[in-house]
Design a protein around this ligand. Structure first.
Ligand SMILES: Cc1cc2nc3c(=O)[nH]c(=O)nc-3n(C[C@H](O)[C@H](O)[C@H](O)COP(=O)(O)O)c2cc1C
Length: 352
């Protein structure tokens, strides 16, 4: 009788234990849809030339690995993959922020060739849509901005994101240095056929390409709309980017862009190591999303960072001790446009 009772009781205990472990594993295992959703928001991140040079491997049910897709990198403008790692950092931050909205605590580990994110469900965490809303609105705006001041409180909120984030108003000596060296670097870079051909590879020149490609830059993304868009697709081709008309028009356009804004945000590091570059991408995304929240337009300007002669000059004249990793033209716009969002599908970026 005692034996029967013991078996009965231990049976009950076992079944409780079973339920217990089951509940435990359910809590620890990530919902598959959440994982897919988080990776999708990762892909909404900015990347140079919209090349989306990121791949994801699902390590286990609550851990992913993010690493460069070397078939998509930009060897001519970005030979050291500096911009690749920054873009990956922005992808990582979008995953982190969207996971937090979905009730997870993510942990990021940056290694020499990859970044890991582990997600832990946190029952205490409030489900939110705040970060995801901003991620869904973020875009690069390349049209000229209003020459209006951004209020000081907003600038403080942005520069408080990291000690590596600095703002220079357009009218200051530093603002003028950024404009002058950016125009010079742009004019130099546009003479380089290899770099131009690389850009052309990531641009679309027909409505067909616009329909079929899930990456790269369309005329609309470059601020070419309406009849101009039609003209662009009718007249231009991958070959004509090296022609005089394109070069002259582009330099004029950049001059106008740089002179129509409130100022420039720069993000710096101590060195060029991968950990710091990934962190730049994460800071970049947070700065950008704070701008989205305040309807401030953002446009990265990278040519001066890609042309050593002008980079060294700018760094010296701005008196930057470390390295400049991002320059963002920022300002107010009459109407904040909707995100265009040309992206690979989640299935395209997941590698087995
Ligand atoms: C590291 C980095 C450098 C970039 N440099 C430039 C640049 O020099 N000029 C530019 O117009 N856009 C630049 N961009 C913006 C990308 O072209 C843009 O993020 C991409 O086309 C996707 O568009 P979206 O930001 O609207 O989603 C840069 C983005 C990143 C992450």
């Amino acid at each position: 009788m005692i034996k029967m009772k013991t078996i009965f009781i231990s049976g009950i205990i076992m079944s409780f234990m079973f339920i217990g472990t089951n509940t435990y594993s359910q809590n620890n295992n990530m919902n598959k849809n959440d994982m897919k959703e988080i990776i999708k928001y990762g892909t909404y991140a900015p990347s140079s030339h919209n090349a989306q040079m990121w791949s994801v491997k699902i390590e286990d049910s609550n851990k992913i690995k993010i690493f460069p897709n070397y078939k998509r990198v930009l060897p001519f403008v970005d030979p050291e993959n500096r911009e690749t790692w920054i873009s990956i950092g922005a992808f990582v931050e979008n995953c982190v922020l969207s996971a937090q909205d979905l009730g997870y605590n993510p942990t990021v580990t940056i290694q020499e060739t990859e970044v890991y994110i582990e997600f832990k469900k946190d029952a205490e965490k409030k489900i939110s849509t705040q970060n995801i809303e901003n991620i869904k609105k973020r875009l690069t705006i390349r049209t000229p901005y209003l020459n209006e001041k951004i209020d000081d409180n907003t600038i403080t909120e942005i520069t408080n994101i990291s000690e590596n984030v600095i703002f220079y108003p357009k009218g200051t000596l530093q603002g003028k240095e950024i404009i002058e060296n950016s125009i010079n670097a742009y004019s130099l870079q546009i003479q380089d056929t290899a770099k131009l051909n690389e850009l052309a590879k990531w641009m679309t020149f027909s409505y067909k390409e616009e329909r079929e490609r899930k990456d790269g830059l369309t005329p609309e993304m470059l601020g070419i709309t309406g009849f101009q868009h039609f003209l662009f697709n009718t007249i231009m081709s991958k070959k004509s980017v090296t022609g005089k008309t394109f070069i002259k028009g582009s330099i004029k356009g950049v001059n106008k862009q740089l002179n129509s804004c409130s100022g420039f945000i720069i993000i710096t590091t101590k060195s060029f190591n991968i950990k710091e570059l990934v962190q730049v991408g994460r800071d970049l995304e947070n700065v950008w999303l704070k701008c989205v929240e305040n309807e401030i337009a953002v446009h990265p300007i990278s040519q001066v960072l890609e042309e050593k002669e002008y980079y060294d000059k700018l760094k010296k004249n701005l008196n930057i001790q470390g390295e400049i990793q991002m320059i963002l033209r920022v300002g107010k716009v009459k109407k904040y446009p909707e995100r265009i969002g040309r992206r690979l599908e989640v299935e395209d970026v997941i590698k087995e």
